[in-house]
Design a protein around this ligand. Sequence first.
Ligand SMILES: [Zn+2]
Length: 314
Amino acid sequence: MKSRFRKLCRAVLFAGVMTGGGGMPGAETKPAPSPYGPLSEAEKQVILHKGTERPFSGRYEDFFQPGVYACRNCGAPLYVSDDKFKTDCGWPGFDDEIPGAVVRKPDADGQRTEILCGRCGGHLGHVFAGERLTPKNVRHCVNSISLVFEDQRSERLRRAVFAGGCFWGVEALFRKLPGVWTAVSGYTGGTTEHPTYREVCTGKTGHAEAVEVFYDPGKTNYETLCRYFLEIHDPTQQDRQGPDVGTQYRSAIFYLDDEQRDTARKLLAQLKEKGYAVKTQLLPFTRFWNAEPYHQDYLRRNGGVSCHRRVSRF
Ligand SMILES: [Zn+2]
């Protein structure tokens, strides 16, 4: 397995280090309005002209802090640190993407699959399947120079995680909120790794259906998100939400830092003072597992109607 993997890595190398021409002909990407300023010449070479940075030269190749990786060209969130793994290959490796964030295209070499930012078309690298390096069996081989890492103290990109019943409706409503980059349906708060929808539905994994929200703290803030969450679902229902019954539909706020915890605690206390018998749990965030692709952006893609709607409570 290892030798096969090395062969793949060499294939990436031979495709041209710091050269252009690895992608789709005539599909040149333009610089996008970026929160990170104009691209340097080296960044243009990779992001716009589909070059490849030298192996072991990028700042994220051996970097494993918790946080989010954004597109250098446009700022869109692309990957989270939970999906990053050590590859020994010279470039950062991820075995999953933020759903909907990355586009795949056949490479001009006729063999590989190029990956691009879904928002601006900036070149990221290539994706490989079948190497069996992780249980997901996928490796996004991404140039560090195409990415900017943002942790939870970032002024441009932060995360929040909420569970409020069926994730379809919660996700759809968060996607509409100003200042939100994107929202993802998934599972958190349980004990098993790589949970599936079928497993979570049994209630035995301990996971809740949840939504991971990626937001711009320059345009909105956690308190706004948290208030919104407490108004788009019913925080007084115990282990259910409308017609959906079971612990996987429980109401919970998973905080990523002390500031989120204190804000959520304050808002839950306000609701209790107003007479609401709040059942929402306040729990530390551990990790978020993306739900299966068919659950992502479900209501928009399928034209469904959400059980969730906003009710004024504050
Ligand atoms: Zn982009």
